[in-house]
Write a protein that binds this ligand. Structure first.
Ligand code: NAD
Length: 487
């Protein structure tokens, strides 16, 4: 079946059916590359949630007792359907988000299918522990699904992160209420169609569209939601923590980042320039893992900065639907204005714009789109707001350092602690720095290289809990120890 949505009013998935919101209200969906409304999204509220909870609770008794192999078969069918429809899904993601279509296809949609396959398989291999107490007793741990859980995802990697959350939840036998971002809902809608086609039993996955303030808030506060897996901004993470503080829910919070990139004089120069540019500007700098604070060893600072600026100037900026485009639109007008305000702030803080700094007005179809030049800023102090607050756009700063200790001090001088990258050929230094960096992820001579078995997440304001591999399977299950005394 071809997936369909490109210019239409999308629906919620509740109890295996695509439904209009009970209140009949909708929100505009805007294409970032053109600034035009091109669809309508359900403005769901508590009434839709009540229907979804009822369906999910009903489905839970069957799904939670379905053998892992059978669940995996259905999930793998879903992954097959994503792959069969990858062109349409990639095109939809590019329209909805503003990202280049090649990135959407090779990263977002590819990973969405991979996420589902990975957790379908992982759940069939999941095992729990047993602890023997010599000749006294044996303990074993049961790991049961939690029940009805919530998965709330952001707009930057829409289907990629949506599937990253729901796949382990479903694979371990939970039923899910999922809320994609209201800014980029389209691929989650197409995915809902594919769930029906794949034969996912009614109520196992329910997808509710709408704003964070209304339906997101209602979901996290609902007393029968047993856990919330959330990816989004650090402030929203705090709001969710506060909203659920009285309820004893399990929470996994994957939040913002302000990630350091450490470039040493002994790096593989050309490759590092290419990869540092990619780490700063992929997806228009709208990846929580983007390296937006670039620290360069003093002896190569001028040479490296000049090469980085030259590299970034070559990026092909254009219509996200053009396969030659490497750098597309920002996700919304509000977000573009926020990013532009940070570029202005950087200059009032004493920064010098080395390249970029301006909004771009393209010609033709994208004349009203939300485009900003990739921007590199120098001359800022580490403690200024530009270097401390998450901009989440195509803006990075460069600073120099003159020792390993100083590099480490600058990198760790942040409220955030999501990811860092180190570029050096001195393996001892890389080990030493990796151990001392206060981030949940450290990449050495690479960036965004992902093995789905590894723990993923951040420390400090970047969140709590980890996703990925066993961490996700453990999050979505409740351990229960059974102790049997030998008699
Ligand atoms: P956001 O926090 O505004 O929204 C994320 C999701 O939460 C959306 O679906 C939104 O509707 C919902 N939401 C908003 N308010 C809510 C509330 N009160 N209760 C429940 N749900 C609510 O974030 P965003 O602007 O969509 O995404 C950008 C942010 O996400 C950045 O800070 C980025 O770093 C972060 N992010 C983190 C990771 C990670 O893995 N750590 C990955 C991607 C993005």
């Amino acid at each position: 079946m071809p997936v369909t949505a490109e210019n239409l009013t999308i629906k919620n998935l509740i109890n295996g059916e695509l439904l209009e919101p009970v209140n009949g209200q909708h929100i505009d969906n805007i294409e970032p590359a053109t600034g035009q409304v091109y669809g309508l999204i359900p403005g769901s509220d508590k009434d839709d949630l009540d229907l979804a909870i009822k369906a999910a609770e009903k489905a839970f008794s069957i799904w939670s007792n379905t053998p892992a192999e059978i669940k995996a078969k259905t999930l793998n069918k879903l992954a097959d359907l994503i792959e069969e429809n990858q062109d349409q899904l990639a095109r939809t993601e590019a329209i909805d988000n503003g990202k280049p279509i090649t990135l959407a296809k090779n990263v977002d949609i590819y990973r969405a299918a991979a996420n589902i396959r990975f957790f379908a398989q992982a759940a069939t291999q999941f095992s729990s522990e047993s602890h023997a107490m010599e000749d006294v007793a044996i303990n074993y741990t049961l790991r049961d699904p939690l029940g009805v859980v919530a998965c709330i995802s952001p707009w930057n990697l829409p289907l990629y992160l949506f599937t990253w959350k729901i796949a382990p939840a479903l694979a371990t036998g939970n039923c899910v209420i999922a809320k994609p971002s209201e800014v980029t809902p389209m691929t989650a809608y197409l995915f809902s169609e594919l769930c029906i086609e794949a034969g996912l039993p009614a109520g196992v996955l329910n997808v509710l569209h709408g704003t964070g303030q209304v339906i997101g808030d209602a979901i996290v506060k609902h007393p029968r939601i047993k856990a919330v897996s959330f990816t989004g901004g650090s402030n929203t993470g705090t709001t969710i923590k506060q909203a659920t503080a009285q309820q004893h829910k399990k929470l996994s919070l994957e939040l913002g980042g302000k990630n350091p990139t450490l470039v040493f004089a002994d790096c593989d120069f050309e490759r590092t320039v290419d990869e540092v540019a990619r780490a700063a500007f992929a997806n228009q700098g709208q990846i929580c893992l983007c390296g937006s604070r670039i620290y360069i060893e003093h002896s190569i600072y001028d040479q490296f900065t000049a090469a980085l600026v030259a590299k970034v100037k070559q990026l092909v900026i254009g219509d996200p639907l053009d396969e030659r485009t490497q750098f597309g639109a920002l996700v919304s007008k509000a977000h573009m204005e926020k990013v532009l305000s940070y570029i202005e702030l950087a200059q009032t803080e004493g920064g010098e714009v080395l390249t970029g700094g301006k909004q771009i007005n393209l010609e033709g179809r994208c004349a009203e789109g939300y485009f900003i030049q990739p921007t590199i800023i120098a001359g800022l102090k580490n403690q200024c707001r530009t270097n401390q607050e998450e901009i989440f756009g195509p803006v990075c700063s460069v600073q120099s350092f003159s020792s390993d200790e100083q590099a480490l001090q600058l990198a760790n001088d942040s409220d955030y602690g999501l990811a860092a990258s180190i570029w050096s050929q001195d393996i001892s230094r890389c080990h030493r720095m990796a151990k001392q960096l206060n981030t949940g992820i450290v990449w050495v001579n690479c960036w965004l290289l992902r093995d789905l078995r590894t723990p993923f997440g951040g420390m400090k304001a970047s969140g709590s809990g980890r996703e990925g591999g066993l961490e996700a399977l453990r999050f979505f299950t409740e351990p229960k120890n059974v102790c049997i005394k030998y008699t």
